[in-house]
Design a protein around this ligand. Sequence first.
Ligand code: GDP
Ligand code: IMO
Ligand code: MG
Length: 444
Amino acid sequence: MDFDALGNTCVVGLQWGDEGKGKIVDLLTEHFDVVARFAGGANAGHTVQIGDAKFALHLLPSGILRPDIVNIIGPGVAVDLEILSEEIEGLRARQIEVGRNLLVSLRAHLVMPYHKKQDRLSEARRDGGTKIGTTAKGIGPCYADKMLRSTAFRVADLSRPDDFRSRMKKVVSDRNTVFAALYGDDEPLDAEAICRRWLDLADGLATHVTDTTATLQEAIAGGKRILFEGAQGCMLDIHHGTFPYVTSSVCTTGAVSAGAGVPPSAVHSCVGVVKAYTTRVGEGPFPSELDDATGEWIRERGHEYGTTTGRPRRCGWFDAFAVNYAIELNGITELVVMHLDTLSGLPEVKICTNYSFIGRNVSVFPPTDVQLRAVEPCYETLPGWEGNLSEVTSYEQLPAAARAYLDRVEELLGVPITLVSVGPDRSATLHRGGRRNAGSIGMS
Ligand code: GDP
Ligand code: IMO
Ligand code: MG
C-alpha cells in the first residue's frame, strides 16, 4: 500500500462486519492526522491489538490509541453517552490519554435507555424467522427517532437542560405507555433519573463536544490527512445489504460524506477490508455458510465470537460474488485481506465465485432475502496450506498455496490486494509484494 498516495481515505468492511477494520484503521493512522467515524454506534466492536494489549472499541475511533491523532465522532454516529464514558474511563485506567484528541459532534443523535429497551422488547416479540438478531444497543430505534425528528435528541440538546428535561419527560412517558400496551412491560422508565444521568454524562464529556463538521472543514483547508473509519459492513447496509437483516445505517462509502460532513470530492481512496473467509453475526441469508465441522473449525481457530455481544459468529467460505457486488457499490480502490493465518491447516479451501438458481448462474447480486435464500453457491476449490502464518515476516515467505489463493481472489475481484493480515497484532501485517509493515510495531 502506497500510504503517501492515498490522500483522504475511507476504510469500509465489504462483508457482514467484523472484517478487521479496527486493526487496519489503527495501523493506517500513523499516516493520517484525523480519524473520523461517520456511521453506526456502539453496535460496532473494533479490536486493536498491540502486543499483549487488546482494545475493544465501540464508539471511540480506532485512532484513539495514538495521542497525536484527532479522533472525531461525526454527526452520522448514534452516540450512547454511557458507553462512550465507560470506554474513555476504560482507556484512562490503562494509561491511554483521552483529552482534546477526542471530538464529538453536537449534531450526533443520542441513544437513550428506551431505545435499548425497545430493541430488546421488539426482538423478543419477533418469532424465529423475523428476528434480526440485533446487538440490542438501541441502534434501530435511535435512527428511527432521528428520522421522525420530533422525538429525537442530539448531543447539542444537552446544553439546554430545561428544554431537554421537558421534552424528555414527554417522550419517556409516551414510550412507557407503548411498552406497557404492546409488550406488557411493567417496569416504566424514570424520566427524571434519565435526565439527571444524561446531564451528568454531558458535563463529563463537555470538553469533547464541538462542531466537528467545522473541524473537518478546517482540517481539509489546512491540508490535513483524514481517515474515515467505517462501521459494520456493506452487506449490513440499510439500502444495499441483505434487508431486512441489516443494521439501520448506511455502511457503504456513500455515507462518508453525509455522516462525517465533508464533500464527496474530499474522499480520495476507498480501502475495502475483507476476511479470507466470511463471517456473519445475527440472522439472515448467508449463501457460503458452512454449517458443519469446517465452519466450526474456522470459528474456533479464528476466535470468531462477537466483540460487542460475544455471540458465536457464523462462518463460511470467501464469497467473491458478494464481495464483487460490494466493491462496485463502494468504489473500492484497494483491498486488505485479513485472517489469512486462520485458514492455515485446511487440506483445501473454497471460494464462492457465483450463485446459481435452478441450475443457472445469476447475473447480479440477489436484491431480496427470499432470492438470496434460494440460490446455491458455486465453488472453486484450491489447495490449502500449513504453518503458523503469524510468524511470517514478508509476503514472499507465505506458503505458495496461500499466495496462489490470494492471487485467485484478486483475479476474481479485479482490485489490488495491497495488505495481508496474518494475525491480530498491529505488526502481523504484510505488504503484498514486499516488506513487513515497518514502523507500526509498538504503541506510539
Ligand atoms: P472490526 O469490527 O472490523 O474492527 O473487526 P473485529 O474487531 O470485530 O473482529 C476482528 C477480529 O479478528 C478481532 O478479534 C481481531 O483482533 C482479529 N484479527 C484481525 N486481523 C486478524 C488476522 O489477520 N488474523 C487473526 N487471527 N485475527 C485477526
Ligand atoms: P462492526 O463495526 C458485525 C449486525 C447484528 C445484526 C444486525 C443488526 O464491529 O463490524 P443492530 O444492532 O445494528 O441493529 O443489528 O447487524 N451488526 C454487526 N455485525 N459487526 C458489526 O459491527 C455489527 N453491527 C451490527 O449482529 O445482525
Ligand atoms: Mg466488529
